[in-house]
Design a protein around this ligand. Structure first.
Ligand SMILES: Cc1cc2nc3c(=O)[nH]c(=O)nc-3n(C[C@H](O)[C@H](O)[C@H](O)COP(=O)(O)OP(=O)(O)OC[C@H]3O[C@@H](n4cnc5c(N)ncnc54)[C@H](O)[C@@H]3O)c2cc1C
Length: 392
């Protein structure tokens, strides 16, 4: 091992993985280690904006950015390949291009949908967990509307899962569907979209006043909201709820939960479907394997309870992990990760947003401007002024 450059392999160039790579690259001196970044795509996704693909219009440049624009000219070796499995005991990553050995590993593969064993759900729904998935939803909706006859009622769309993702998706669809109704000369019903949530209110875990406000805004946009009734079974023609109620749909989009990316494999201890980590963001029981973002189960530093996945957590963990890898290579002191929930802002289409950040509640223009500023800050953090200004 002495004298050999250590191979630091980062799986996933999303919010957490890309930040680890960029931060490490800044700190590592030549000869200290090779940074290898692996992703199935050669672009980086602003995942927290993918629901906009299902809105009235979108600009691809607001959703994805070629990785070459961010890491070009840096000492980060990018490999486009699919991770199939991690063999932690043999210290190799099994990829679409073969096995890759590592010295230090960072798992930042994000999440996979969680179906909770609900009968028929995986086969009869789409999910919103990547740019490609968002484009598939858009394509299917356009197809359904194109096939509907003039003067008919529009196809019925159901979003199942009223958390953050489902609520933001419903907000976008509520603005796009009326345009499709008009374009294809369909009859406008009282409501054309249903949002189903198992808990008594959408945005569970949020301040109840904000949840109620979100429900009112969506209802004013002709979204039917069904709460307090979990999905029991999914069929081709719709969803059967626990109460026995049937929600008919031509397209069901499942946004009811996420679990650790399935490609991670079975070598890790899990908590609530995500990898258990220690205070330093190591995968539990492994000194040279770190986990950041949605793949990890981050605990609230105050309550000890699992925190809902968020971009903020992925970034905070990335800062700790890049520091700790550097410390492990230089004999420095490791940093602890202390989980905290800073809050979120949820958009409800292009005109409405509500949320709470650091205990400060906001809505309307303030919330929208704040969300935009956070995005600009993020873009600057990965690509500086050049990326912010959209330089080719
Ligand atoms: C619609 C939506 C809205 C959201 N809004 C917000 C918000 O407003 N605020 C907030 O804080 N959070 C929000 N989030 C959550 C936030 O985006 C995630 O918590 C964050 O992106 C997690 O970062 P990550 O690095 O763990 O994973 P990701 O950003 O998902 O990155 C994972 C990377 O791994 C790659 N990958 C996955 N599988 C493989 C494989 N098998 N092989 C190779 N590469 C692979 C992917 O291509 C991707 O680049 C939102 C999420 C969604 C879906």
């Amino acid at each position: 091992m002495e004298g050999r450059e250590r191979e630091i392999m980062i799986l996933g160039a999303g919010i957490g993985g890309l930040r680890v790579a960029l931060r490490l690259e800044k700190r590592l001196k030549r000869g200290m280690g090779r940074i290898i970044l692996i992703d199935q795509n050669d672009y980086h996704q602003y995942l927290y904006r993918i629901h906009e693909v299902c809105g009235p219009d979108y600009d691809e440049r607001d959703i994805i950015v070629p990785l070459s624009k961010v890491i070009g000219g840096k000492r980060i070796e990018f490999r486009k390949m699919r991770v199939e499995r991690i063999d932690a005991h043999r210290r190799v990553v099994v990829t679409s291009e073969g096995e890759m050995p590592f010295d230090i590993l960072v798992i930042a593969l994000g999440s996979s949908p969680q179906y909770y064993g609900i009968e028929g759900l995986e086969e009869n729904s789409l999910v919103l967990n990547s740019y490609e998935a968002a484009r598939e939803i858009r394509r299917r909706i356009e197809e359904l509307f194109r096939e509907a006859g003039r003067g008919e009622t529009p196809p019925r769309i159901v979003v199942a899962g009223g958390g953050f993702t489902g609520t933001e998706l419903a907000g976008e669809l509520a603005e796009w569907i009326p345009m499709l109704i008009e374009r294809y000369g369909l009859r406008r019903p009282d409501s054309f979209l249903t949002l189903v949530e198992a808990m008594p209110h959408i945005l569970p875990g949020w301040n109840p006043e904000l949840s109620k406000m979100a429900e009112e805004i969506l209802a004013s946009k002709s979204v039917e909201i069904v709460t307090g009734d979990p999905v029991k079974r999914a069929l081709r023609e719709g969803l059967e709820l626990k109460s026995g109620r049937m929600i008919y749909s031509d397209l069901t989009i499942w946004t009811g939960g996420v679990t650790c990316n399935r490609a991670v494999g079975g070598d890790f201890e899990m908590v609530k479907g995500r990898i258990r980590i220690d205070d330093y963001c190591h995968a539990w029981g492994y000194e040279d394997i770190y986990v950041v973002g949605d793949a990890s189960c981050a605990l609230d530093g105050e309550t000890g309870k699992p925190l809902p996945p968020s971009a903020h957590i992925a970034m905070a963990q990335a800062d700790v992990v890049s520091h700790n890898i550097y410390a492990s290579l230089t004999g420095g002191k490791m940093r602890r990760y202390i989980g905290e929930r800073v809050g979120e802002i949820v958009t409800l289409g292009r005109r409405h947003a509500i949320g709470e950040l650091w205990g400060l509640r906001m809505k309307g223009l303030t919330a929208r401007v704040m969300k935009k500023l956070i995005h600009l800050w993020y873009v600057h953090s990965i690509g500086g002024v050049k990326l912010l200004l959209g330089d080719p």
